[in-house]
Design a protein around this ligand. Structure first.
Ligand code: ZN
Length: 195
């Protein structure tokens, strides 16, 4: 079932979400929620979706970066974004540790603020300890774009949005981004817009 994605301004996006117990994770209702969130993410399309974005204030998010999402990108663009495909997976009750705090800067967007983007600094490398959809322990080491997705989704579980973190002077419509900046190095956009 495709779910309605909650938009910025809804209080559910600004409240810290609550942890799930192992019993709750095993409950068919959570398994159905995960399946519906996956369907919703594919339809959007997007690379991550947190449960508060579909109105559920629980510490659960999904990630999936399919190869087809980057088939139009050049090798240089993929290298700049440090972006490689990530298979579908679920993170529950995540604990995030910064491994390399040096900032990776790139344009970022959110399905709860459709049509906009801004350069958003993120830590380059993170470690996430969490449970998966079976209640099993997982440790994820991620860098580059994948680390960005994880930080973005875990922020959602803490009531934060990328607009809290972005360089505000780089906020723009996706249309203008595609027209003016997509083909240019991110540092050029930063140099011109942030002066
Ligand atoms: Zn988001």
């Amino acid at each position: 079932m495709i779910l309605k994605i909650v938009q910025a301004g809804d209080p559910v996006l600004r409240e810290p979400a609550r942890e799930l117990s192992r019993d709750e994770i095993a409950d068919p209702a959570i398994q159905e929620l995960i399946a519906s969130m996956h369907e919703t993410l594919r339809a959007a399309p997007g690379v991550g979706l947190a449960a508060p974005q579909v109105g559920a204030p629980i510490r659960l998010a999904i990630v999936e970066d399919l190869p087809e999402y980057t088939k139009e990108a050049t090798a240089q663009q993929l290298a700049e974004r440090e972006r490689v495909p990530v298979p579908f997976h679920v993170i529950i009750n995540p604990r995030l540790t910064i491994v390399d705090a040096s900032p990776a800067e790139f344009f970022e967007g959110c399905l709860s603020l459709p049509g906009f983007t801004a350069i958003t600094p993120r830590a380059r490398k993170v470690r996430v300890e969490c449970l998966d959809e079976t209640g099993g322990q997982r440790v994820i080491e991620a860098s580059g774009w994948y680390a960005r997705i994880l930080q973005h989704e875990i922020d959602h579980l803490n009531g934060k949005l990328y607009i809290d973190q972005m360089y505000r002077r780089t906020f723009m419509t996706l249309e203008d981004y595609a027209h003016d900046w997509k083909e240019k190095p991110v540092q050029e956009a930063k140099r011109i817009l942030l002066k």
